[in-house]
Design a protein. Structure first.
Length: 196
């Protein structure tokens, strides 16, 4: 069996799906207040004074703490069907189709949230490994369950799910330095390019 592992945001898409989801799900007033309250986080992140994982944790905590899981999951299902296809570039779609037609097992390995990415992956017949949110009493706590699926964590999660040595070929696709760890285990790596 052959394996194709794709990063999602920036590799298959032209825009960030996480912020697209926030804008679609939360009210205008919640978004505006979030921008104001989280402004120092955004500034520190842009200046590289704050770790990307820490910045993401603060954004998730502000928006998701106390959110009902069923409401979020219902919206996520709709978002994955109506919005995610529009985020994926024409070249991204063509590349996915090429690998699907060539009988590769396709894995989407992303720091995006599993809650909205997995429904889309399921609908396409792809596997999904992504950032999970902690749940207690049918509500999101505002914390990440485990670690943000980024950098070395991507490789750790990939190895936890698959015996990589069992694949005759592994192709990997990414667009940032944080993708390099998982791309290093592939026979063929495509950095900031998608073959079609």
């Amino acid at each position: 069996m052959k394996l194709a592992v794709f990063d999602f945001d920036g590799t298959l898409t032209a825009r960030d799906s996480f912020f697209s989801f926030l804008i679609e799900y939360f009210s205008f007033s919640k978004i505006i207040s979030g921008i104001i309250i989280l402004l120092p986080v955004f500034i520190f992140y842009k200046l590289r004074w704050m770790n990307p994982d820490k910045a993401k944790e603060k954004v998730i905590r502000y928006f998701f703490t106390g959110q009902n899981i069923y409401s979020v999951k219902k919206f996520s299902s709709d978002f994955s069907a109506s919005k995610i296809p529009a985020l994926i570039t024409e070249r991204g779609n063509a590349c996915l189709k090429k690998y699907k037609d060539n009988n590769f097992k396709i894995v989407i390995l992303s720091a995006s949230l599993e809650v909205y990415l997995k429904p889309w992956c399921d609908s396409q017949g792809f596997e999904c490994i992504a950032t999970q949110l902690k749940i207690e009493n049918e509500k999101f706590t505002g914390d990440i369950d485990g670690h943000n699926c980024r950098g070395n964590e991507k490789l750790i999660r990939l190895k936890e799910k698959y015996d990589l040595g069992s694949f005759e070929e592994i192709h990997s696709f990414g667009n940032s330095r944080s993708d390099k760890p998982f791309m290093s285990v592939a026979n063929h790596s495509f950095y900031r390019t998608l073959p079609v």
